[in-house]
Design a protein around this ligand. Structure first.
Ligand SMILES: C[S@@+](CC[C@H](N)C(=O)[O-])C[C@H]1O[C@@H](n2cnc3c(N)ncnc32)[C@H](O)[C@@H]1O
Length: 247
């Protein structure tokens, strides 16, 4: 019989843990099929392959690259706040484009601040506020000290709440999160600045667009090619911010 040493107990424990908590064969049939479909879709997705090849943390990098190639939001020297930044692919794009790691010595050096409820692995050129809620005024209060002049040129949001599986409910929750971005914009966005935010299309999208139109000179809805065709995901790009008129 094998001696039961501490390392062998640890190995046994980890095998049992994997068997009971990670084995897909223990998932209900419906979930197992969904997991297999997801794996098949991932392995056939050209953006997933390209993100591995280019060392992006996830495929969503290509959505921002595509939008930024067209609209040139991220210029060297810009201050950027990336809401819902984990795992950090949009921040990788922003760091590169605004030169916040100082890689291009002849160009102005920008600033990137990322916020997420989850942990965001460190990235050279970015300052991350992990375990922070974008809806929390305490998070907003930390931002001015992290941005040159206390203000950002661009506010990005790829935030998404955990999907409940009920399309309308998820849509409403995400529109609710986007509304917090308007409070945040009032505190930190420079006049003339831009906001790019994800939403899931649905009944409240027009209301959100109307709210954005009150404080931005132009608002348009975008569906980048990298966004999956079968998803309700879209982005509002709002440009030329002006301070809200109170009263
Ligand atoms: C689709 S992921 C973002 C991916 C990211 N753009 C990237 O390229 O790596 C959505 C993120 O939004 C975050 N999120 C959702 N609600 C949030 C909130 N209230 N405050 C901060 N982050 C939030 C989630 O934790 C999740 O990490």
């Amino acid at each position: 019989m094998l001696p039961v040493t501490l390392p062998s107990l640890q190995i046994m424990f980890s095998l049992l843990h994997r068997r009971f908590f990670h084995s897909s064969s223990r998932l209900p049939k419906k979930k197992r099929i969904a997991e297999q479909r997801w794996l098949a879709r991932q392995s056939n997705d050209p953006y997933v392959k390209a993100s591995h090849a280019l060392n992006f943390r996830c495929r969503s990098a290509f959505k921002l690259l595509e939008i930024d190639d067209k609209f040139r939001l991220l210029q060297p020297g810009c201050g950027v706040v990336d809401c819902g930044a984990a795992p950090g692919a949009w921040s990788q794009v922003a760091v590169h484009r605004v030169n916040s790691a100082g890689t291009e010595s002849t160009l102005r050096r920008g600033t990137v601040v990322g916020i997420d409820l989850l942990n965001i692995p460190p990235l050279d050129g970015a300052h991350f506020l992990s375990s922070h809620d974008v809806a929390d005024p305490a998070t907003h209060a930390k931002l001015p000290d992290l941005l040159p002049g206390g203000r950002a040129h661009v506010l990005l949001s790829d935030m998404a709440p955990n999907a409940s599986g009920f399309r309308e409910l998820d849509h409403e929750r995400l529109v609710g999160l986007c509304s917090f971005l308007l409070d945040l914009a009032e505190k930190i966005l420079r006049p003339g600045g831009s906001l790019l935010c994800k939403y899931w299309d649905g009944a409240l999208a027009c209301q959100l667009q109307d709210k954005l139109c009150l404080v931005f000179g132009s608002v348009q809805s975008l569906k980048p090619n990298a966004s999956r065709k079968d998803s309700a995901e879209r982005y509002f790009l709002a440009r030329n911010y002006r301070k809200p008129v109170k009263g």
